[in-house]
Design a protein around this ligand. Sequence first.
Ligand code: NAD
Length: 390
Amino acid sequence: MESTTLEKETATELSGDFPLFDKLKNYEHEQVVVCSEPSMGLKAIIAVHDTTLGPALGGVRMWPYNNEQEAIRDVLRLSRGMTYKAAISGLNLGGGKAVIIGDPRKEKNEALFRAFGRYVDSLGGRYITAEDVGTDVQAMEWVRMETKYVTGLPKAIGGSGDPSPVTAYGVYKGMKACAKKAYGSDSLEGKRISIQGAGHVSSYLAEFLEKEGAELIICDIYEDKVNDLADKVGAEVVDPDDIYGLDVDIFSPCALGGIINDDTMDQFNCDIIAGAANNVLDEEEKHGQMLLDKGILYAPDYVINAGGLINVASELEGYNEERAQGQAEKIYDTILDILNYSEENDTPTFTASNILAEKRMSDVGKIHNIYTSQSNFTGHIGDLYKHANL
Ligand code: NAD
């Protein structure tokens, strides 16, 4: 597996031929399933990227894609990302994702999601689905009527509920690991920390940080949201446009993707960037390298925000909040390993993280070659000899 970033495709490529099998080869996907049920308008694609470590887990996104190529591109990119996220987080899961082409505000209904659930079930557990952009708990309950391979259900029915508290805890621990690396101590007491967004994750995160005695500065595009949170945690409020240029120790992006870009790069005046938002580097290689050159420690987004995945994954073994929190705590060590690797090899942190994730997949993949009595054993004792190639 190549340790490069996810391929960035251009609009030109999307408008021309779409060499699907070349894409699958480049991204190293195992399987892509196209699901169609015209009677209720289901158009879905399930991508199983890699199952070396376990079944492929990843949410189902419902989005009014402009065309099928856009949907395919999204599902391939996202499913590959899930492989790396699970691998670096020490989970025994592979990477997968699904997309449903449609407008969630108009086309979300029971029949559609039950039909999707049947397709998930047909994969016999190779792919486990969950909530994502455009889908919700109600949709997952419909999926669950047709398959057990769904996670992220409400607590009331034995699920893991809102993942934000565990995500925030992981971000908090990852931020402390960055502080340890940058300052020699992981205490955040007295540190000036700016947070972009006053949403679900940042609300819990701000509480952890306030308890530890950090000085907080927050922003949101909604005044009421940011003021409520600021009152709760005693934070200063700034205009969203001013968040990047603040003189702070740590900047925590918890709102949008793509915010570390050519326009914002020169504004950053911090030692550490560590937050929950997905895909914060506009161009992973370019902007990851620029942060390294500027001496800013960047905690790779998919590592530090893995608490959400850890939370839904723990539902598979019977949800236990303490166990999920315990696993999210390990994000501290993972981030430290990545920062150390990055320093020793003078490589951006996201590259370091990809390399370490690939190493785990490769190492664990090798142990699968060792024959045990469980290997391919289908039931009859005589089969053991057949499978042992005697
Ligand atoms: P959320 O929608 O609750 O919060 C995001 C907040 O950002 C909102 O209050 C929104 O108004 C604000 N916002 C949007 N644009 C902004 C801007 N330009 N400037 C300032 N604020 C702006 O979402 P969330 O669940 O807290 O997730 C935050 C981020 O973390 C997202 O990128 C999400 O994909 C990622 N993430 C979340 C989880 C989770 O468990 N919720 C897990 C992994 C990753």
